[in-house]
Ligand binder design. Structure first.
Ligand code: FAD
Ligand code: DLZ
Ligand code: SF4
Length: 508
């Protein structure tokens, strides 16, 4: 009997388990652009265009390689709009009785496949270094699931930057060398840009027509849309930017959205690049003496450490992880996240570049937009949907642990040992934002006081009972306790004023 082979928009890897398990001579690959996937959150138009263009090009490559492919375009009047609907439709067409599918990266889609009235054989996604079983074994019996220890296992498993059984350079982690403040100038012209080819142009026209109101700029689309282009991008980055990646990993500059970041997340997560291939390219550059050890180790840690670890947590914690709200934050996401007016330059820049590029780097996500949402008490579910919608690299398995866990502390500390919150001081240290902001980062109260300075204390006092017990936060509470009562009162009153203004739709 013929089998259908489902390939989803983030499974664009020729070696994916569903294809490996199929028989090219008779099975039929199914790929479908469907409403269910395209509108379950209001994705950034560049993200939709990237996925549709990459899907179409991948389908064309499969055909060239001898596969039979049934591809549903978004404007096909026959389309059913769900993945399950398309499987049923093609099962009828080809008299297929079974579907081979690689495990989707989202519980919602796994559940949709499990409840689809056709036999779906869900295979492991082996494009990752650690399987679910390996992560579960590592996690079992541990009091705290700290990334650092998991990362060391992944170094041992891959042999990346290892000398026998010891880490190269004598230490596992070079992070203390990776936190330099923003540089005066960036010596990198930015990621490799690709002129949209005819397939991509057709998709861009479709997205412009069908998603005219989604938040985000569609013009100036330059992403790679196939594996060959993604590899060119990687080689370019390794050569020109990787040497500086570590030093300025946490820095933010108002006119440099990409700094020295890899922009590999969208390609890795869609399947156009393989994580080991990316790490080996960086390891080689380090061995050749072209990339310093702190940059190479820092980058490899992000991929075989953080990326694998958050996936492990997502699948370990189960489908209800995204509903967690440990701090009981209920505020609605303010308009500034959708491009509404703001006087906070850091927010304007982080959201503005998100709108333009469907990209912001880690510290912008964590310490600007994430920090502001957490301090303001915004519902983690609203924050989660925003991150899932606006970034070209966002799929729930990787986005949710970062948002619900690392950024919003809504999982009560599974991922972060303490909340990632800061006053304006941290942003000022790491960026050039504050010097041209309406607010003053050095003012702690008053009309010009940086909102982060006020909201920081409001958050900490709101959650004092929980966090004052945290050994790493005791000093912060002692600082508060030393403040004069009148000053404490002013800080909290002004913070409440800001929150009330935000709730009323005012400009902050
Ligand atoms: P680089 O800075 O060049 O890092 C290289 C790669 O390391 C990334 O491409 C990514 O694959 C991996 N990586 C680094 N940090 C992490 C991390 N914390 N978790 C997982 N992988 C990591 N990453 C996503 O891939 N998709 C998301 O939807 C996503 N949502 C996030 C939401 C929040 C609130 C936060 C704080 C972080 C999120 N991240 C997400 C992690 C990180 O911010 C992005 O991976 C990174 O900014 C992507 O840019 P880059 O490719 O230039 O990465
Ligand atoms: C993100 C996305 C979008 C926008 N559209 C599609 C689509 O039309 N068809 C498809 O197969 N996949 C799409 N995707 C990616 C899926 O949402 C992704 O495979 C699941 O969320 C599982 O990670
Ligand atoms: Fe952001 Fe405050 Fe700095 Fe303005 S002063 S850019 S609001 S941190």
């Amino acid at each position: 009997m013929v089998k259908l082979v489902l390939v989803l928009g983030d499974q664009l890897s020729p070696e994916i388990s569903s294809l490996k398990a199929a028989d090219k001579s008779k099975d039929v690959v199914v790929m479908a652009e469907v409403g269910d996937e395209a509108i379950y959150v209001p994705h950034h138009p560049k993200k939709i265009a990237f996925i549709f263009a990459a899907m179409r090009k991948f389908a064309a490559e499969l055909k060239v390689n001898g596969w039979r492919v049934s591809y549903t375009k978004f404007d096909d009047p026959e389309r059913s709009d769900t993945i399950c609907g398309e499987l049923l439709r093609y099962a009828g067409t080809f008299s297929a009785d079974e579907v081979l599918a690689t495990e989707p990266g989202e519980w919602r889609v796994i559940e949709a496949l499990q409840s689809c009235p056709v036999k779906v054989n869900i295979l492991q996604d082996d494009r990752f270094i650690a399987s679910h079983a390996e992560f579960e074994t590592w996690a079992e019996g541990r009091k705290a699931l700290r990334m650092e220890y998991f990362y060391r296992e992944m170094r041992r498993k891959t042999g990346l930057m290892m000398e026998e059984d010891q880490p190269a350079g004598g230490q596992w982690n070079f992070d203390h060398d990776n936190r330099k403040a923003a540089p005066d100038a960036v010596h990198y012209a930015g990621p490799m840009r690709f002129e949209p080819d005819p397939i991509t142009q057709e998709v861009l026209a479709l997205v412009a027509d069908r998603f005219p109101n989604n938040f985000g700029r569609l013009d100036d689309f330059w992403f790679a849309t196939d594996a060959a282009q993604a590899r060119q991008h990687l080689a370019h980055w390794v050569r020109y930017a990787a040497p500086h990646f570590g030093d300025f990993q946490d820095a933010m500059l108002r006119d440099e959205p990409f700094l020295y970041h890899g922009l590999v997340g969208l390609y890795l997560n869609a399947g156009l690049l393989d994580p080991l291939e990316v790490c080996q390219a960086v390891e080689k550059a380090w061995k050749d003496g072209d990339v310093p050890i702190n940059a190479a180790e820092g980058f490899i840690r992000q991929i075989i450490g953080w990326r694998e670890y958050v996936r492990g947590i997502y699948f370990l914690e189960g489908p209800n992880y995204t509903a967690r709200n440990a701090l009981n934050h209920q505020r609605k996401l303010p308009a500034v996240y959708w491009g509404g007016e703001t006087k906070m330059l850091c927010m304007e820049k982080a959201v503005g570049q998100t709108r333009d590029e469907a990209y912001a780097h880690h510290i912008q996500r964590l310490m600007v937009t994430g920090n502001f949402a957490l301090l303001s008490g915004i519902s983690p579910q609203e924050v989660h949907e925003w991150y899932l919608a606006v970034y070209a690299d966002a799929y729930e398995w990787v986005e949710a642990p970062n948002t619900i866990g690392m950024s919003q502390f809504a999982d009560s500390g599974i991922i972060a040992s303490k909340p990632y919150v800061s006053s304006g001081n941290y942003i000022n240290k790491m960026s050039d934002y504050c010097k041209s902001c309406h607010y003053s980062v050095t003012e702690k109260t008053g009309e010009k006081a940086c909102p982060f300075n006020l909201l920081y204390w409001d958050f900490l006092i709101r959650h004092r009972e929980r966090f004052s017990k945290n050994a790493r936060m005791g000093n912060i509470y002692r600082t508060w306790d030393r403040m004069a009562d009148a000053r404490k009162e002013t800080v909290l009153k002004e913070a409440q004023g800001l929150l009330a203004l935000m709730d009323a739709g005012g400009v902050i």
